[in-house]
Design a protein around this ligand. Structure first.
Ligand code: SAH
Ligand code: SF4
Length: 417
């Protein structure tokens, strides 16, 4: 079925085995979603248009794809009628397939999505009073195995392509009915679409906090976010985009320089012993190295602070001493910081429990008393397993159950023999 092979990520960044090859479409058409305008122009050129035509058509098509959200060449009304079938024969406008869409009682929505070659991944939309945040995945699964994270227990990992990453944002706009008027023919607009912003959009912010470690899929994440930030594309400000990393130090500077979005760092512990246990990447890039990279993060300032995520694990990382040490470290490295305390979201078989509410409150107060903002993040969408660290596809859960059953069956004859 899927034809993926295991390869290392080349270059300086860590040699993490990731299945990377994408199965080409059977009909041979090229999916345009995820491609920058120049690449679209090149493809039109290679397909036989002269240079001037290729440039003009690329500009028009790019606008229809990313600004208007159309999924059919026939809807591109400023392109000659005869040209549209020519495009449709050679090209394709993809979206990830929706396997399942769930709605939480608190308004959070989760979509189980599938790539064209059959890999499943998830995205989550979190509406709030003054914003709507889309939590986007960068990989199918994750290679990093943080001990408190369900995604880290997935066996299969593949990098998502730029098209599959930006496709999540486009799909969310489809579902929320948020493309500029004139492209909505055939789409059902939800009646409960409240107006959040002056331009009437619900989807105002993006966080790269879904499945996967975005800095282990740097080029694809960069390509996708460039399209999201492009004024002629999805046109979302870089100030409304946050990338969360577990601490891939060698890629952090590039992230600030080449992508320029806000940074969130999954710190989660303040001693080597504890961070080594819960975020094993710490054995490679320790706390000091990580915080030095944060201090050097291009674009960070008091107006654009770095978010330090800290998951609250009972009797593990949640004492008063830990809170004081956190303050000391952030001050020592002179970090423009805010701390986000995340109550641990449990999943079946997880080796930790969440700290008590009193403990979380006290921890927050200590950090706050030292002048650093430390709000406690309200868990959202727990009833549909959409909260931080709970993302793991139903198919994976099922296949695990299936595997267990098969293992039990395999044992049976031996037991009776
Ligand atoms: N891989 C990236 C981004 C995805 S995870 C990273 O680790 O930063 C988004 C956030 O959710 C991270 O801070 C992660 O540590 C946190 N998280 C993972 N599992 C969790 C859980 N079970 N409960 C609460 N937060 C969790
Ligand atoms: Fe991967 Fe982030 Fe989960 Fe760690 S917390 S396993 S880096 S997704």
């Amino acid at each position: 079925m899927t034809q993926t092979t295991l390869m290392s990520i080349p270059g300086q960044i860590d040699p993490v085995p990731v299945a990377r090859d994408i199965t080409p479409r059977e009909d041979g058409r090229v999916d345009l979603i995820g491609l920058p305008k120049d690449r679209i122009r090149e493809l039109f050129d290679e397909a036989g248009l002269d240079a001037k035509q290729a440039k003009l058509r690329a500009k028009q098509v790019f606008h229809w794809l990313y600004h208007r959200g159309v999924t059919d060449f026939e809807a591109m009304t400023d392109i000659a009628k005869t040209m549209r079938p020519w495009l449709a024969e050679r090209f394709f406008i993809g979206r990830p397939d929706v396997v399942e869409a769930q709605h939480s009682t608190d308004g959070t929505r989760k979509w189980l999505l599938r790539t064209s070659d059959g890999h499943e991944f998830e995205m989550v939309f979190i509406p709030d009073a003054d914003r709507g945040t889309l939590c986007v995945s960068s990989q199918v699964g994750c290679t990093l195995n943080c001990r408190f994270c369900h995604t880290g227990t997935m066996r299969l990992v593949r990098n998502l392509t730029p098209g599959e990453i930006v496709g999540q944002v486009m799909l969310a706009r489809d579902a929320l009915g948020e493309w500029p008027k004139g492209s909505m023919a055939g789409l059902e607009v939800e009646e409960d679409s409240a107006q959040y912003t002056s331009d009437g959009r619900l989807l105002t912010n993006i966080v790269m906090m879904g499945m996967g470690e975005p800095l282990y899929n740097f080029d694809n994440v960069k390509g996708a976010l460039k399209l999201v930030m492009d004024g002629e594309g999805l046109a979302l400000s870089k100030r409304r985009i946050t990338l969360s990393t577990s601490g891939v130090v060698p890629a952090m500077e590039r992230c600030g320089e080449e992508i320029g979005v806000n940074l969130a760092v999954s710190l989660h512990a303040v001693t080597k012993e504890i961070r080594d246990e819960i975020v094993p990447l710490n054995k490679k890039y320790g706390i000091d190295e990580l915080l030095e990279a944060c201090a050097a993060y291009p674009g960070a300032s008091n107006a654009r602070r770095i978010t330090f995520e800290y998951v609250m694990l009972k009797d593990k990382n949640d004492t008063d001493e830990h809170a004081h040490e956190l303050v000391r470290l952030l001050k020592h490295y002179k970090l423009p910081a805010k701390v986000n305390l995340i109550p641990f979201n449990p999943w079946p078989g997880a080796p930790y429990e969440c700290s008590t509410p009193e403990r979380v409150k006290r921890f927050s107060e200590i950090v706050f008393e030292h002048g650093i903002s430390a709000p406690v993040r309200t868990p959202r969408g727990r009833d549909i397993d959409a909260a931080c660290g709970q993302l793991k596809t139903a198919a994976e859960k099922k296949s695990r159950a299936q595997r267990d059953r098969e293992a039990a069956e395999a044992l049976e004859p031996a037991a009776t023999a």
